[in-house]
Write a protein that binds this ligand. Structure first.
Ligand SMILES: CC(C)(COP(=O)(O)OP(=O)(O)OC[C@H]1O[C@@H](n2cnc3c(N)ncnc32)[C@H](O)[C@@H]1OP(=O)(O)O)[C@@H](O)C(=O)NCCC(=O)NCCS
Length: 172
């Protein structure tokens, strides 16, 4: 399961309501984490987030995985659109604990999602990101995603408009 030899204790497992902690909520209050994310506009509460995680458990269209280093919850990765008639799924990911950035963990998690998407017989994975989000770009490109297009001034974060890069990976 490991793709870089650096993330050997990293596991992905479906997130459960009991995994939702104050630390997890704090990710969404950290400017570095939400700089290029719609989460900067949302208010998160423990109960609200537990409800969301629970709803994902019963939603066949989305898988929400927690990324764990040992027992420590350090990030999330989702694949949605599993039931899509177009057989395409969207992935989103966050490494919420910045101590774990630049260790190959998001790249590893995305490579795992590619395997899962293949097992779901999806034809394509896609992801969109702000063009300044270099780390996220690197993660996708290391996993073979191709830049399919640029949506100009598509995102509004931190009082600034950003271009959105649309990446895709054909699985078949
Ligand atoms: C983007 C994010 C997921 C990356 O996670 P990560 O585990 O640090 O990613 P990885 O270590 O697998 O890969 C990051 C790569 O980007 C590179 N990188 C990061 N910032 C960079 C920069 N400013 N310039 C050049 N390269 C950069 C790293 O060196 C690394 O490449 P390498 O493995 O070849 O050395 C993480 O920073 C994060 O969660 N950010 C906040 C949420 C977010 O932006 N999510 C994505 C929304 S689209």
């Amino acid at each position: 399961m490991i793709n870089d030899g650096k993330s050997s204790d990293i596991i992905l497992r479906i997130l459960k309501p009991e995994d939702v902690s104050e630390q997890y909520l704090a990710w969404n209050k950290d400017e570095d984490i939400v700089r290029y994310s719609d989460n900067q506009y949302r208010n998160f509460t423990l109960d609200g987030q537990k409800d969301y995680v629970k709803a994902c458990l019963y939603n066949r269209d989305i898988d929400l995985y927690g990324i764990f280093s040992g027992n420590t919850h350090i990030g999330n990765i989702t694949i949605s659109g599993i039931e899509s008639i177009h057989k395409r799924g969207e992935i989103t990911y966050v490494i919420g604990d910045k101590n774990y950035w630049n260790k190959g963990i998001a790249s590893f998690a995305v490579s795992n999602m590619i395997m899962k998407a293949k097992s779901y017989r999806l034809h394509k994975l896609f992801a969109g990101l702000a063009h300044q989000n270099i780390g996220s770009k690197v993660v996708l490109e290391k996993n073979g995603f191709i830049l399919e297009g640029v949506r100009r001034s598509h995102l509004y974060y931190n009082n600034t408009f950003y271009d959105q890069l649309d990446y895709g990976l054909l699985l078949a």
